[in-house]
Design a protein around this ligand. Structure first.
Ligand code: 5AD
Ligand code: SF4
Length: 466
């Protein structure tokens, strides 16, 4: 596929920062509040952190209450119809906030509005929205905001695009212990059910030097659990002329001095190599957990999904990785009710989940996405069938998760604590991504402690700090 990466010139980004400074000066010392509402995946969370970075430079503070906001940005997801309906419902309801505060600016961005039919729908039926822009325009949010704020009509920037790379966006991170770091954008895989390649454009990798610089700066700021993001991190570097693939990048990151853990997601099984697992096993700061979506357990369904691996191939990866890393935690995504999925094919997905024994798996009922190949496939299943299969699949994934939790009992794990979930109960994740809760009267937030796992509930392993 001929694709030329488009890098946003540094001068352009500088101009965006200048616009932020002008907006801030225009506030004359006031500090209006902004609400950034995020739907969907971690990439969207990361995008929202860049939006917040700009918004902070514009002189705004932040709120989670739409009634006190002067600016509301809704960062949307298009992966499933359900999330889209929820967004539209919530955006529609903003008419009340706007009636109370006519100066309120409402922006809707992200994957949902990159679909032409959705941008049209917002233009025609959601007059409350002042500004609408797709993921490729995020780097010029200040300019778009300024245009919308001047109120010379509504602003829609949602043209098709193969994708840009913008280095040096300001980032306002939510946490102080865990951080997201995008290493690449877009996807070339065109799984037949998935809208992502259409809305996020073609794969483009950030230069390793840029990733390493950002990683080092996160370590200096005290972040301890850093997750590298990409729709398919295993094809990182394919567009960089062979100078650095994903395992190479992991190794360079592992060499950065400091106390931190590094995770990554998502991995596509067709591109997961022995080199990846060898590198994970050898690099002590790379966590022993992998999110490896299998999607289905039947080869016929996998083929119609255009996944380009078989159930057998997936199992051989799991075998190889578990031999190297007996403690490896494997999590997954499963789609049930893909067009034409028979009872037997669904059974083979259930059997597959049991066989691998996923530590956790997200179960998704197939959602028909306009513009994708699966949309036009015959034999679309009814909602009733999809729901029944979801319930059954969730029963099985809950059971494999419990089995995984029970297998942790008696082990001692390093746990990075994050927050108090009830009075005196602190929650964190172990290096192998087990959710762990312990009792403690003093704050454990941001601390890494050795914990002996003693029991488990439906949602956590319970233990005691040593
Ligand atoms: N319907 C249901 N689930 C989907 N996913 C992606 N597209 C769809 C769809 N059309 C799921 C996949 C993917 C996860 C992020 O979302 O399982 O791994
Ligand atoms: Fe969608 Fe497949 Fe790309 Fe993942 S790899 S974003 S499921 S097309």
């Amino acid at each position: 596929m001929a694709y030329k990466r488009v890098e946003v010139p540094a001068a352009e980004l500088e101009r965006q920062r200048e616009i932020c400074a002008k907006i801030r000066e225009g506030l004359g010392g006031a500090r209006p509040l902004a609400f950034v509402d995020t739907y969907g995946c971690q990439q969207n969370e990361a995008d929202s952190e860049a939006l917040r970075g700009y918004i902070e430079l514009m002189g705004f503070g932040f709120t989670e209450d739409e009634n006190e906001a002067e600016l509301i940005v809704v960062n949307t997801c298009a992966v499933r119809g359900h999330a889209e309906m929820r967004v539209l419902g919530n955006v529609g309801a903003l008419v009340h906030a706007k009636a109370r505060n006519p100066r309120l600016i409402v922006a809707v961005c992200g994957c949902m509005v990159q679909q032409p039919h959705m941008a049209e729908k917002i233009k025609n039926s959601f007059r409350v929205v002042d500004l609408c822009f797709g993921p490729h325009e995020l780097w010029r949010f200040p300019e778009l905001y300024e245009r919308a704020a001047r109120r010379r009509g509504r602003v829609f920037e949602v043209s098709p695009c193969e994708g840009v790379v913008a280095e040096g966006l300001p980032v306002h991170r939510q946490g102080s212990v865990k951080a997201w770091l995008s290493v690449m954008y877009g996807c070339n895989n065109f799984c037949t059910y998935c809208i992502v390649p259409y809305v996020r454009g073609r794969e483009r990798s950030r230069e390793p030097e840029a990733v390493l610089r950002e990683f080092e700066s996160l370590v200096r700021q005290g972040y301890k659990d850093i997750t590298l993001l990409g729709q398919n991190v295993n094809s990182y570097g394919n567009d960089l002329g062979g100078k650095c693939d994903f395992p190479d990048l992991l190794r360079k990151i592992n060499d950065i001095p400091g106390d931190f853990w590094v995770r990554f997601m998502t991995s596509h099984p067709k591109d997961a190599t022995k080199k990846l697992f060898d590198t994970m096993a050898e690099c002590e700061k790379v966590c022993t957990s992998i999110h490896l979506p299998v999607q289905a357990g039947s080869d016929r369904v996998l083929q119609d999904m255009n996944r380009r691996y078989t159930a057998e191939k997936y199992l051989s990866l799991v075998d190889y990785a578990r031999k190297l890393m007996p403690d490896l935690t494997i999590t997954s995504d499963i789609i049930v009710g893909f067009p034409g999925e028979t009872d037997e094919e669904f059974e083979s997905s259930l059997a597959f989940v049991r066989k691998v024994g996923f530590a956790r798996a997200h179960v998704f009922a197939y959602s028909r996405r306009p513009g994708t190949r699966a949309y036009d496939m015959g034999d679309q299943l009814t909602n009733a069938v999809k729901e029944a299969r979801s319930h059954e699949m969730i029963r099985v994934t809950t059971a494999t998760q419990q089995a995984f939790f029970k297998a942790q009992i008696g082990r001692t794990e390093e746990v990075l604590f994050e927050r108090e979930i009830q009075k005196g109960v602190w929650e964190g994740y172990s290096m192998n991504y087990t959710p762990v809760a312990v009792a403690s009267d003093t704050s454990l937030a941001g601390e890494i402690r050795s914990v002996r796992i003693e029991s488990c509930t439906d949602t956590h392993c319970m233990g005691a700090v040593l």
